[in-house]
Design a protein around this ligand. Structure first.
Ligand code: GAL
Length: 415
């Protein structure tokens, strides 16, 4: 409603020939895109917004994966001063909607024909009780291995296609004095590695049962024990300085040859690209061992704020975000692929093509899965409970059997 009236206000303003001052579209935008590649990407949106008469107030909250940003958001909403637009994803969108604080952006979505250009699975995440409540930016794939091409070649190592091959490569690298796995010890990064391992070990059906359905038998299965066994191995492949390291600094370790691999979503590719590195030459990409595709869709939700200038800002932002040109240029920088299905990928690199092809194949084969680590699969309480166990296990000598027991209990207590 607010957006519709803002549209009316903006159109009326355009018809005015007098010099009456009318405030243009405004937006205060909360996001966590602060690394090199991320900053380049969000600058694309800022520029488009400004080119269309908008005034952007930036509210970046550093911290990969967005945990700090979400804490900042809660504080702002509780103090009755919500930002205009917020980077928000997955079921958190519906959780905020249920608190009654989101604006309805259906008018823009309908005018722009979003239903015709977005895959149904993505559109589903953007809807709240039938209305459009968020605008999708991209599709990030989470289950990737990024590798330093020279380091692999110098050590006679091929990209691993099974976890056994990964372990063999890592052992060889260790013997050569190279850190096999660049990792930052932050809970969300532990969870990112864990879910990639889980997809490979549990398989796509097992992943769905565990992290979408929270099926107790799967959470306590031998395959889940094997998943934690592989995590214990991963712990042995990181360097001593991993605690607290930011993900982009881990990417830099792969870039400069200090480490061979990083397991991270394709925002890592944005870092390589921002540093002028060439895929297939300087760095290599391959999906982590196993079938399936873990998707992570970045999106923006608009909060219910007062003022026609802000409502106009929300309408403009929503329109631009799903716009064809923005989806191309932004995602060329971000490492992801467009959420829209009608954007040509000619200018995208080989990793993006692989992502797009694997996404289509996984969709057809039933193995296209929401990332639990990046808030696409579960509500906050449940995903948080799982991540707590993953991190506790990674940072101690807890046995896999104990981890699995703790996992089932934590999930049960979070319901
Ligand atoms: C993800 C987000 C990405 C990227 C990453 C690291 O959750 O979807 O866009 O920002 O965190 O911060």
């Amino acid at each position: 409603m607010q957006i519709r009236s803002a549209f009316a206000a903006v159109s009326a303003a355009c018809l005015m020939t007098t010099s009456a001052a009318v405030a243009g579209p405004e937006a205060e935008v909360l996001h966590w895109w602060t690394s090199g590649g991320e900053a380049k990407s969000v600058a694309v949106l800022q520029k488009e917004f400004a080119d269309n008469g908008g005034t952007w107030t930036d509210m970046p909250v550093a911290g990969g994966g967005g945990d700090a940003a979400m804490t900042a958001l809660r504080a702002r909403v509780l103090s009755g001063n919500a930002p205009t637009a917020v980077q928000l994803k997955g079921p958190a969108i519906q959780e905020w909607y249920e608190e009654g604080v989101l604006a309805d952006i259906s008018a823009v979505a309908e005018a722009e024909g979003w239903a015709d250009v977005l895959p149904a699975s993505i559109a589903g995440h953007m809807k709240c009780e039938g209305t459009w409540c968020a605008a999708p930016v991209n599709v990030h794939r989470v289950d990737w291995i990024w590798a330093n091409a020279d380091v692999l070649a110098a050590n006679g190592i091929a990209l691993p296609t099974t976890w056994d091959e990964f372990n063999a490569a890592a052992d060889k690298l260790m013997a050569a004095g190279i850190t096999p796995l660049a990792h930052g010890g932050q809970a969300w990064q532990d969870a990112t590695v864990f879910e990639a391992v889980a997809l490979g070990v549990l398989g796509a059906d097992g992943f769905h049962k565990a992290f979408v359905e929270l099926d107790k038998d799967t959470l306590t299965s031998d395959a889940m024990i094997a998943t934690f066994d592989q995590m214990r191995k991963m712990r042995g492949y990181v360097d001593a300085n991993f605690p607290g390291r930011d993900w982009n600094l881990a990417t830099a370790m792969v870039m400069n040859g200090e480490a061979a691999f990083q397991i991270m979503g394709d925002w890592a590719k944005g870092e390589f690209m921002a540093a002028g590195k060439v895929p297939g030459k300087d760095f290599l990409c391959i999906s982590t061992p196993g079938e399936g595709y873990l998707y992570n869709v970045d999106s923006f939700a608009m909060f219910d704020v007062k003022g026609d200038d802000k409502a106009a800002g929300q309408a403009l932002l929503a329109k631009l975000i799903v716009g064809k040109n923005f989806q191309k240029v932004f995602n060329l920088n971000k490492g992801s692929i467009p959420a829209r299905t009608d954007v040509a990928l000619d200018e995208f690199d080989s990793c993006a093509h692989l992502s797009s092809e694997d996404m289509a194949a996984s969709n057809a084969g039933g193995s296209l899965l929401p990332s639990y680590a990046h808030g696409m699969a579960l509500r906050g309480a449940q995903s948080g409970a799982i991540t707590d166990v993953v991190t506790a296990h990674f940072n101690s000598d807890m046995s896999s059997a104990d981890a699995v027991k703790m996992l089932a209990e934590a999930v049960a207590n979070s319901m």
